[in-house]
Design a protein around this ligand. Structure first.
Ligand code: RB5
Length: 149
């Protein structure tokens, strides 16, 4: 499994911890920045990771900013991205099972480290169930097609 990670300055410390956590489990990761604590724009890193995920170069993305909101909004502008901002483990596995989410977004200023790592594990450990959910996810793609001409 290959994971693309990105954050702004406000999500940098949590991103580093998540990378350590995933590497310990033998999961391949790549950090698409930011790499410094200098103030930067979450939208740039949301776009970078979104493009890696929709191109299928990476299986999933993990994006972190202060709240997780800005970076998930940015990523969700890329057709094919289903980025889910999660603050609990139930949402983290449900967004995989029901929504086929391909990017997990986290807010470093919102969740503590222990919970954040549990959310990551819940997200990566869950599988899309398809079935009745497929129709709904397909309708999301249809909305993208309608507005991306
Ligand atoms: C940066 O200060 C902060 O605005 C950003 O990380 C994020 O929370 C935006 O949604």
């Amino acid at each position: 499994m290959k994971i693309a990670l990105g954050s702004d300055h406000a999500g940098l410390p949590l991103k580093k911890e998540i990378i350590k956590h995933l590497e310990k489990k033998g999961i391949e990761v790549r950090d698409f920045g930011t790499l410094s604590e200098d103030s930067c724009d979450y939208s740039d890193y949301g776009l970078l990771v979104a493009e890696e995920v929709v191109s299928k170069r990476f299986d999933f993305g993990i994006l972190i900013c202060g709240t997780g909101i800005g970076i998930s909004i940015a990523a969700n502008k890329v057709p094919g991205v289903r980025a889910a901002l999660c603050g609990d483990t139930f949402s983290a596995h449900s967004c995989r099972e029901h929504n086929d989410a391909n990017i997990l977004a986290l807010g470093q200023r919102v969740v503590g480290l222990g919970l954040a790592l549990d959310i990551v594990d819940a997200f990566l450990g869950a599988k899309y169930e398809g079935g009745r959910h497929a129709r709904r996810v397909d309708k999301i793609s249809q909305i993208e097609k309608k507005y991306n001409k």
